[in-house]
Design a protein around this ligand. Structure first.
Ligand code: SF4
Length: 247
């Protein structure tokens, strides 16, 4: 049994949601330290123990106090991988956030399913890692999310978000979607976004957005995507602030 009473935290900050279904809305962000993956293009390496050992510790009460002091109604639990935080402690924290009427978004890589949290989270943003990340997605875990959604135990939004670097990633995404027919049956929101801007300027990012749009919504290859109706979205925070930390 995990008896740790403190979270490892990489940073806390106020910003807008930069990606996904809630893009543009104000949020309080808690970035937990630690991840079970080490993706090649990870844009938060400072929050992953494979590359960094810098974190501080906070209790659930301290984090709640900070969240309430910000005055936002929405909090994003991100990382690293937030679901690697001690499970009981995370459950306790999420319960107190709900008691204080916070809308909770969890940004996860989709490799961990925590049934106890399923009904408490307002928005699950699941981002499976594909070929260019050098990691592999976990369709067996995604199937658990889908089963919970179908059974009604996962009551919030469930969104699949894919970071696409190249045509191989796009094909892997399509193959993964096809392997889990419930994604289409449940009409889950699918978001495709180009891999971040590290080392690229805004013009190159726009080119990547255009390519992704033409491949999945307009061009000859797009017809097969129509059963999924994917949304093409940028990372808004990257356009506004580049790769700046803490925003
Ligand atoms: S899962 Fe996310 S936080 Fe973890 S290494 Fe990959 S990109 Fe970074």
């Amino acid at each position: 049994m995990d008896t740790r009473r403190l979270f490892r935290v990489s940073e806390q900050f106020i910003s807008i949601q930069g990606e996904g279904e809630d893009i543009g809305l104000p949020f309080s962000f808690i970035r937990f330290f630690g991840c079970n993956y080490y993706c090649e293009w990870c844009d938060t390496k400072y929050a992953v123990q494979h590359w960094s050992s810098e974190y501080y510790e906070r209790s659930p009460d301290e984090l709640l106090e900070w969240v309430l002091a910000q005055g936002n109604r929405r909090v994003c639990l991100t990382g690293g991988e937030p679901l690697t935080a001690p499970a009981q402690l995370l459950l306790q924290f999420v319960q107190t956030l709900k008691e204080n009427n916070q809308y909770i978004d969890v940004q996860s890589n989709g490799t961990i399913f925590n049934a106890a949290l399923a009904s408490l989270i307002d928005s699950w943003s699941i981002s499976p890692k594909l070929g260019s990340s050098k990691m592999t997605e976990r369709p067996d875990i995604l199937a658990k999310y889908l089963a919970a959604k179908r059974a009604g135990s996962l009551t919030g939004k469930l969104t699949l978000k894919f970071v696409i670097k190249d045509s191989a990633d796009l094909q892997l995404t399509f193959t993964l979607l096809e392997s889990l027919p419930e994604i289409a049956t449940l009409q889950l929101p699918i978001i495709l976004q180009p891999e971040g801007m590290a080392g690229h300027d805004t013009a190159e990012y726009v080119t990547a957005l255009r390519w992704l749009t033409e491949q999945t919504a307009i061009g000859d290859e797009a017809a097969r995507w129509r059963k999924y109706q994917p949304r093409i979205l940028p990372q808004l925070h990257r356009i506004i602030w580049g790769g700046r930390k803490g925003i």
